[in-house]
Design a protein around this ligand. Sequence first.
Ligand SMILES: Cc1cc2nc3c(=O)[nH]c(=O)nc-3n(C[C@H](O)[C@H](O)[C@H](O)COP(=O)(O)OP(=O)(O)OC[C@H]3O[C@@H](n4cnc5c(N)ncnc54)[C@H](O)[C@@H]3O)c2cc1C
Length: 325
Amino acid sequence: MSTLLTYIAVHDGKIKRSSLEVLSRCNELAAELGWESVALVLQPDATKAIEGLKPYGPAKIYTMSHPHFHQHLTTPLLRAIGHAVKEIQPRVVAFASTEGSKDLLGALSAAHGSAALPDMSEFSIDTEGVSGKRPVMAAKILSSVRADGSPVFVSVRSGSYNPEEREGEAAVQELSFSFNDADLRTTLREIVTATSDKIDLSEAETVIAAGRGVKDEEGRALIRELADVLQAGVGASRALTEAGIYDPSLQIGQTGKVVSPQLYIGVGISGAIQHVAGMSNSKVIVAINKDPDAPIFEIADYGIVGDLYKVLPPFIDEIRRIKSA
Ligand SMILES: Cc1cc2nc3c(=O)[nH]c(=O)nc-3n(C[C@H](O)[C@H](O)[C@H](O)COP(=O)(O)OP(=O)(O)OC[C@H]3O[C@@H](n4cnc5c(N)ncnc54)[C@H](O)[C@@H]3O)c2cc1C
């Protein structure tokens, strides 16, 4: 029986929602094809992820434990995944499209002499290989792509599928892994976190994005307040990250982060294609802009034409009122 393998990313002990989305899609495809969908998790103690994974119904959970998996270290990760691919012999290895998987996909496909399809927004599998759609040119164009052979390495944009629980009792298998530290070409000395925001933008269910219309401290305080009341992550357009008003790590767009929340609220953002490239996968898009012709309204599900300084205070009050009712 052929196998689909999903790599499960874990951050701060929590399984990333985007990995569960990919696993759910692989489960669905495996059921259609009569194949097997399995998951691979690498952690210092990978067994800790088992209970969180089981409800999402992989036929098998492969675990690999090693202290190096505490952080993203390219060489151990490549070795470990390479070893797992050798053991499991999957037809497809699927990742969530993250900074981490960007680092791995090309190297894995080169090492295995096989194809990589990065950053897909949808994908299907048949007996020959993988096909699907991939946003290109700042997500202005969707390209149809296909890769045959085995294994094919695929990464999938977050928000492309829903994580779905399903019945089944996953078997668990520990894969052995040893690593000689002399093989470490680079050492990770420190992770410098520029932002104290606890909510990971790429995984956030709700994102408030600030644009050039947010001109001053008063505007930023309103953005913060809205984010707090909705428990949302805060992002920004390049206009504000370049001006040093928001940290560059919060930039959303072609040269920033890709977000795919259930709810995106763009405040004082025009909707330039480079920004839209990073948020067009959001389920519901709300735009607040004083210019009725701002391009963001073309992709918004709901729009409020008005001055954000006047719109936001009653908007926040109303959300508070609804939440406390
Ligand atoms: C190669 C390249 C890569 C890029 N990558 C990115 C990227 O990753 N992310 C990104 O965001 N941009 C990126 N850009 C920049 C992009 O082209 C735009 O310049 C940028 O997105 C504009 O940001 P903005 O919408 O905040 O500002 P503006 O385009 O200036 O829009 C500000 C909006 O705020 C509205 N406004 C003003 N005052 C108020 C108010 N009081 N109340 C309500 N609305 C108000 C205005 O009507 C206007 O629509 C890139 C550009 C290039 C060339």
